[in-house]
Design a binder for this molecule. Structure first.
Ligand code: GLA
Length: 329
């Protein structure tokens, strides 16, 4: 049996650095993702861009680099009772790594799907997301929340996912037809291992007033953004984005001068709103534009700044597909 699995990256519309304190997030799964064409084997043997990884079917064994992710996923699934069936396959991604678009979450999810399929082992999407979140911590020690893995598994084409990370209650919010979502990669690379991510989490838990204020106001902004989306009020959404970016820059201090300039460039180029998306310390911004002038706005932003950018299409969450390895269009 050879099968193809695919897991999307995500762009978080709003609700940044709120997941690990049980707050609200509003991500959209996107058309950029990670594919894995695989078949059952004795051990886990994966190749991505010529780099090979081998570990035992239960994830044990020495590995480094990106191999830590599949190993950790296998270990988490073994702890949940997955039979030790291995998988051998090829990973192909059009989702850039380290660009703040949930690339490690998508990698964990696609590997988890394949490992579950070859062993005929089933988990609910949220259980799978939680296992992948634990794998992230096990793999690289980053105490991240559940945003990326939940978005990759529960995303729906045409909608954003409103997730309460405390209760895991969720619903889908329809995206207005005439709204386009742009993502622009700053080219500044972050790895949350060794970045301020863990520091911010500790400062929040210690009760630093500015960090707490960001989280409280950001949760309010998620609620306001959902209302604005439901009213199709894109102008209000734009001002909510501006307030979110300012709070991430001034209160949470996870922006960078490059990201700040990129947000300015997006607004100058005619975007209706722009903010950093993902963990910050580099990575990407998300911007809003009208469907009709989205391509032109993106071109203007890329002329001024940014390394690569997309008018992103929303996508369904991770799936198993037989046959062609391309993500759904
Ligand atoms: C990273 C983490 C997520 C989340 C965001 C910030 O993407 O993986 O869990 O905390 O940062 O919103």
């Amino acid at each position: 049996m050879e099968a193809t699995f695919w897991a999307p990256g995500r762009v978080n519309l709003i609700g940044e650095h709120t997941d690990y304190s049980g707050g609200l997030v509003l991500p959209v799964a996107i058309h950029l993702g990670i594919g894995l064409t695989a078949q059952p084997a004795d051990r886990i043997a994966l190749v991505s861009e010529g780099e090979r990884v081998h570990v035992a079917a239960d994830g044990s064994g020495e590995t480094d680099g990106w191999g830590r992710y599949p190993a950790a996923v296998a270990q988490e699934l073994a702890a949940l009772g997955r039979p030790a069936v291995g998988v051998e396959g090829v990973i192909q991604a059009d989702l850039p790594r380290g660009a703040g678009l949930g690339s490690s979450g998508a990698l964990e999810v696609v590997v988890a799907l394949a490992l579950c399929a070859v062993a005929d082992f089933e988990l609910e999407p949220l259980e799978l997301a939680l296992a992948c979140q634990r794998a992230e911590r096990r793999a690289v020690g980053v105490p991240s929340g559940i945003l990326d893995q939940a978005a990759s598994l529960l995303g729906r084409k045409g909608s954003a996912l409103l997730l309460d990370c405390g209760t895991l209650e969720h619903r889908w919010i329809e995206l207005p037809e005439r709204l386009a979502i742009l993502v622009v990669d700053s080219g500044e690379r972050h790895a949350h291992e060794g970045s301020g991510y863990g520091d911010r989490r500790r400062e929040l838990e210690a009760g630093d007033p500015r960090r707490v204020r960001h989280v409280q106001t950001e949760n309010e902004r998620v609620r306001a953004a959902v209302e604005a989306l439901e009213r199709q009020d894109v102008q209000t959404l734009g001002s909510i984005f501006a307030a979110s970016h300012a709070s991430l820059r001034d209160d949470y201090e996870v922006s960078t001068p490059t990201l700040d300039r990129l947000v300015e460039a997006a607004l100058d180029a005619g975007a209706l709103g722009a903010r950093l998306t993902g963990g910050g310390f580099g990575g990407s911004i998300v911007a809003l534009a009208g469907r009709d002038d989205a391509d032109a706005v993106l071109q203007r932003i890329l002329e001024r700044a940014g390394t690569q950018g997309w008018v992103v299409r929303s996508a369904d969450g991770a799936i198993q597909r037989r046959g062609r390895p391309e993500p759904p269009s």
